[in-house]
Design a protein around this ligand. Structure first.
Ligand SMILES: Nc1ncnc2c1ncn2[C@@H]1O[C@H](COP(=O)(O)OP(=O)(O)OP(=O)(O)O)[C@@H](O)[C@H]1O
Ligand SMILES: O=P(O)(O)OC[C@H]1O[C@H](OP(=O)(O)OP(=O)(O)O)[C@H](O)[C@@H]1O
Ligand SMILES: [Mg+2]
Length: 370
């Protein structure tokens, strides 16, 4: 097991990265003319990141796991660097990377509240987990079900604090006290933290949880109030880079727009069906009054022209209705269209829904002006 910190000491000691040195760019960063995007080189977040970018038609070519530099054809003047997630954040603070996609937990722990970091998109929809306390189900913890129960246990004193093992010492030292845990002692380890209580090397753990299987398999439980942060993949940037590096803000905007538009579209299907009706207005009325289908702004309705059996000239008997529906509502939507005599319903996936300027972009510009 690595170093043991007393909470009070941890607060005074700099983290793995001395943030105070981050205000000066590392050598060469100011003369660099390309924009750099840092992506996870391995682990859970690597695949999710590459898949999401691919779905946004921002394909990063990574033919082998040992390739650490790449580019994205669609984004000019951009270099992609594959790094461990914590290094993406550290290098961003040092001025060596401008933008990155990593788990929010890594930004919170290794960014250490540095004001240069700005989360541009906070919900990329993969890598969901939370940082939570895990305590044994057995022994003195058997009836402990909340952080307040844990804090109220007479066992923890300044000479015998609650020993918590975690890879998140910065967040632990910042957030656990605020939850009322007075007497705690932090220690760190690189992995398999869940073994520590049974080994007797810690009383509790503070680690990432997603399915909860590892906790369960090790006879540990989560408790009410024990979640410190929720996390998922985020797009993060260096404010200095966005303000000073030529092209950084343009690349960020394009990435943000594509991500927003894709993440919005991902949950939707486009339905088109033909309906008999007297006019576009009549069909619109049927759809709007007799179904719960309204699409983004409302249904799009267009005439379907056909040649009648006898006579000349084209005739309109059908109208095509196009509507976006949530994937979960697909079957209900098809039935609703059928109810008002819709037929031949085609269903297509959507790649993007570009709306007006994304609120996250406006938010970013406001943050940059602060
Ligand atoms: N159940 C989970 N456990 C850990 N991380 C998760 C989980 N679910 C999502 N994540 C995300 O994945 C990131 C860690 O990924 P991973 O465990 O593959 O890398 P790592 O811990 O850095 O590598 P290693 O485990 O080899 O040291 C976390 O920072 C978090 O954002
Ligand atoms: O809630 P679960 O779905 O069970 O996931 C949680 C576990 O996954 C992670 O470990 P990882 O697999 O990264 O192994 P490591 O300890 O070697 O990093 C994390 O540190 C937990 O131990
Ligand atoms: Mg891990």
């Amino acid at each position: 097991m690595a170093a043991v910190f007393n909470v009070v000491q941890v607060e005074r000691v700099s983290g793995p990265w001395d943030v105070s040195s981050s205000s000066s760019s590392s050598s060469g960063s100011s003369s660099r003319t390309t924009v750099r995007l840092g992506l996870p080189s391995k682990g859970r977040m690597a695949e999710g990141t590459l898949n999401l970018l691919k779905d946004c038609h921002l394909s990063v070519c990574k033919p082998n796991p040992r390739q650490y530099v790449a580019d994205i054809t669609e984004l000019q003047n951009l270099e992609v660097w594959f790094q461990r997630e914590s290094d993406v954040v550290r290098k961003m603070l040092a001025g060596d990377i401008d933008l990155g996609i990593v788990g929010y937990d890594v930004v919170a722990e290794h960014g250490q509240d540095n004001e240069d970091l700005v989360v541009v998109h906070d919900q990329l929809g993969f890598g969901e987990c939370h940082l939570g306390l895990g305590i044994p189900k057995y022994g003195i913890f058997e009836n402990v079900s909340s952080v307040s129960d844990l804090a109220a246990m007479p066992q923890w004193t300044s000479s015998r604090p609650l020993r918590i093992v975690t890879g998140f010492t910065y967040l632990a030292s910042r957030l656990l006290k605020a939850k009322g845990l007075e007497h705690i002692q932090l220690s760190t380890a690189d992995g398999a933290l869940e073994a520590a209580p049974a080994m007797g090397t810690a009383d509790a753990i503070l680690d990432l949880v997603s399915s909860g299987t590892t906790l369960r398999e090790n006879n540990l439980k989560e408790i009410e109030g024990g979640t410190l942060i929720k996390s998922q993949g985020v797009l993060v940037a260096s404010k200095r880079a966005l303000l000073k590096r030529k092209g950084a803000l343009d690349v960020t905007r394009e990435m943000l727009e594509r991500l927003e538009a894709h993440l919005r579209a991902k949950s939707q299907f486009l339905l088109t069906g033909n309906m008999r009706g007297e006019s576009q207005e009549h069909v619109a009325e049927l759809v709007l009054r007799h179904t719960r289908l309204s699409g983004l702004q409302g249904p799009t309705i267009s005439p379907v022209y056909s040649l009648p059996d006898a006579g000349d000239g084209v005739k309109v008997q059908y109208y095509a209705v196009a509507i976006c529906v949530h994937k979960r509502q697909l079957y209900d939507a098809v039935n609703e269209l059928r109810k008002i005599c819709g037929s031949g319903v085609l269903v297509s996936p959507l790649t993007y829904i570009f709306d007006e300027e994304p609120p996250r972009w406006r938010q970013l510009l406001a943050t940059l002006q602060e």
